[in-house]
Design a protein around this ligand. Structure first.
Ligand code: SAM
Length: 315
């Protein structure tokens, strides 16, 4: 089993963040999704004075990253935490604001490859799916205890699954006799629930439901919605935030916050811009960037990435 992770758009992230790091005497960056430390390692190597605060909710990622970054531990402080806690963690270090913040969202390849964690429909494993295995409810508990309505809502909304109702009706029937006990039981049930012609389209039929359960178990969207505005407030003038999303619901949240942050609050129709109400942020580039063909052929995870970046321009 390989327990690795090839960092997505590594050079592009470094280039976008460089502007806010290179002219500072001791720049500070938050790596909100440390993972196996690939982005942090490259940044620490490129900027010899850079200090990083690295955060991950997965203890096994923290352990691996700490080993990988062992020769830089004087310049990185690592927290086992959820990234919406970033302001509190910065306060605990006496840091009021930072020059860069990086979010590389979603799961790492290591988490997908650790089959016993239940993220993957490709191998049979307990239905866990928690990024932090020390707290929270598992996918098994979601399947066993949520109402029919809640399950339909989750699978339809977070999985964008057209056949959510059929899948959930089969879940309700199967859970009556305790017959969903593993990722493969669930993947088989999903496959049976989707009409044959639709099964042939859009990849593995379990993909959308597994994504929905993972989002629910880890409360991914609610946490992202709290984290982005709270972290934007902690950027220095000239500081940049880079976010890489891997599915449309996350990207929509990021896009909406970035749009709000870059809009003037001066009421429409006033002849002059009120300085105190002008936007404190500007987009580094319009819209989102995708990976190039070369980047995708180097790393298939890059296929769905959408990279957005924003810079603080006023206090
Ligand atoms: C795609 S990986 C990051 C990979 C990393 N950039 C690298 O190059 O090695 C995403 C990581 O974010 C972590 N993560 C996801 N949601 C999180 C959250 N809300 N708080 C803290 N960490 C989170 C996951 O546990 C995972 O290790």
């Amino acid at each position: 089993m390989k327990l690795e992770h090839t960092s997505v758009l590594l050079n592009r992230c470094i280039t976008v963040l460089s502007t806010s790091l290179e002219n500072k005497e001791t720049p500070v960056l938050v790596d909100a999704t440390l993972g196996l430390g690939g982005h942090s390692l490259a940044l620490l190597e490129k900027f010899p004075k850079l200090k990083i605060i690295g955060i991950d909710r997965d203890k096994s990622a923290i352990d691996k990253a700490s080993q990988r970054l062992s020769s830089h531990l004087d310049r990185i402080t690592i927290f086992h935490a959820v990234y919406d806690q970033t302001p509190k963690l910065l306060d605990s270090l006496g840091i009021s604001s930072v020059d860069g913040i990086l979010f590389d969202l979603g799961t790492s390849s290591m988490q997908l490859d650790q089959s016993e964690r239940g993220f993957s429909y490709a191998q049979s494993a307990p239905l866990d799916m928690r990024m932090d295995q020390s707290s929270g409810i598992t996918a098994q508990e979601v399947i066993d205890s949520y109402s029919r309505g809640e399950l339909i809502r989750i699978i339809r909304t977070y999985g964008e699954e057209k056949f959510a109702q059929r899948i959930v009706d089969n879940i309700i029937e199967a859970r009556g006799d305790n017959s969903i006990k593993s990722t493969s039981d669930l993947a088989d049930l999903i496959k049976r629930s989707i009409p044959a012609p639709a099964r042939r389209l859009g990849g593995n039929p379990a993909k959308r439901t597994f994504q929905a359960l993972r989002i629910e178990v880890n409360q991914e969207l609610a946490i992202l919605e709290r984290a982005i505005p709270a972290c934007l407030e902690r950027l220095n003038i000239g500081g940049r935030m880079v976010v890489m999303s891997f599915q449309s619901l996350e990207d929509k949240i990021v896009k909406n916050f970035f749009t709000q942050a870059t809009e003037s609050k001066t009421p429409l129709g006033l002849p002059v811009e009120i300085k105190a109400l002008s936007a404190k942020f500007s987009l580094v580039f319009n819209g989102s960037q995708k990976a190039s063909e070369d980047e995708i052929s180097d790393n298939s995870r890059a296929k769905s990435v959408r990279l957005r970046a924003i810079q603080r321009v006023a206090a």
